[in-house]
Design a protein around this ligand. Structure first.
Ligand code: MF3
Ligand code: CO
Length: 254
């Protein structure tokens, strides 16, 4: 069952989402060559708590950190550690915040210093795929319209969609129904309606779609060693345009 949220509940999610957006903005400023992913995790944890929230990921199924940091060929769920960023890296950062009983979830892939043309195209392709998925979040569409739009844009850019990882409903829990694959035929699955809140999250690889899980049982990388990008927003379906809940307040009002 897809749990629909009241307008008041969506406002609470937007307040959690604003903290998530502010964390990502802060980390985007701090992610520079020489900085370790551990340092970014500590910054994020402190910032989230200073805003009255808690880091949703910490302790989730035993996850040991407050954010996920996944460099280069790592797709998602990288555990922060001693890894120091280098010029030319890309770094995917995933953040979840619980505030006032509701969760918001968002991810961004940051370029570190000067990156290759291929890496730039990958980031651009993934952002565009996320935007296309969000654009489908309208009443009357079906769930797989989101999936299809993400796959179409990704493949137009010459990249591939990871099959084994999905977006998801989000609300009082980080993971609610439905699962939202990033590929598929359009026009399938449940009808979308106002009040549904989804974490849309394309994970795309520069080359093949296959992934491997590491011995830490969390981090996931591309099988072929190619670069991977991940962009995610928490989105509410409304009677008209989709509302992105993981934006900074400044971005909404400007
Ligand atoms: N955005 C990710 C997801 O939706 C974050 C989960 S990381 C975890 O699955 F550590 F909390 F599992
Ligand atoms: Co998510």
């Amino acid at each position: 069952m897809i749990i629909r949220k009241s307008p008041q509940e969506i406002e609470r999610m937007a307040r959690a989402g604003e903290v998530v957006a502010d964390v990502l903005a802060l980390l985007g400023e701090r992610a520079r060559p020489g900085v370790t992913t551990d340092e970014l995790d500590a910054l994020a944890d402190e910032f989230i708590r200073s805003r009255g929230g808690s880091p949703t990921f910490k302790g989730y199924r035993g996850y040991p950190a407050s954010i996920c940091t996944s460099p280069n060929d790592m797709v998602v769920h990288g555990i922060p550690g001693p890894y120091a960023l280098s010029d030319g890296d890309i770094l995917s950062v995933d953040v979840g915040v619980t505030l006032d009983g509701f969760v918001a979830d968002s991810a961004y892939t940051f370029p570190i210093g000067e990156i290759s043309g291929e890496a730039e195209r990958l980031l651009e392709g993934c952002k565009t795929a996320l935007a296309a998925g969000i654009e489908q979040c309208r009443p009357g569409n079906r769930l797989s319209d989101i999936s299809h739009a993400i796959q179409a844009v990704t493949e137009e850019h010459g990249f591939s969609v990871v099959r084994s990882l999905v977006g998801h409903g989000v609300g009082r829990s980080m993971h609610e129904e439905p699962q939202i694959p990033n590929f598929g035929e359009p026009g399938r699955g449940p009808l979308l309606s106002a009040g549904m809140t989804f974490a849309i999250e394309p994970m795309i690889n520069a080359e093949g779609p296959d992934v491997v899980i590491h011995d830490d049982e969390w981090s996931i990388s591309t099988s072929d060693g190619s670069l991977s990008a991940h962009f995610e927003h928490t989105v509410a379906i409304t009677d008209d345009a989709p509302r992105i809940l993981t934006l900074a307040r400044t971005a909404v009002t400007s």
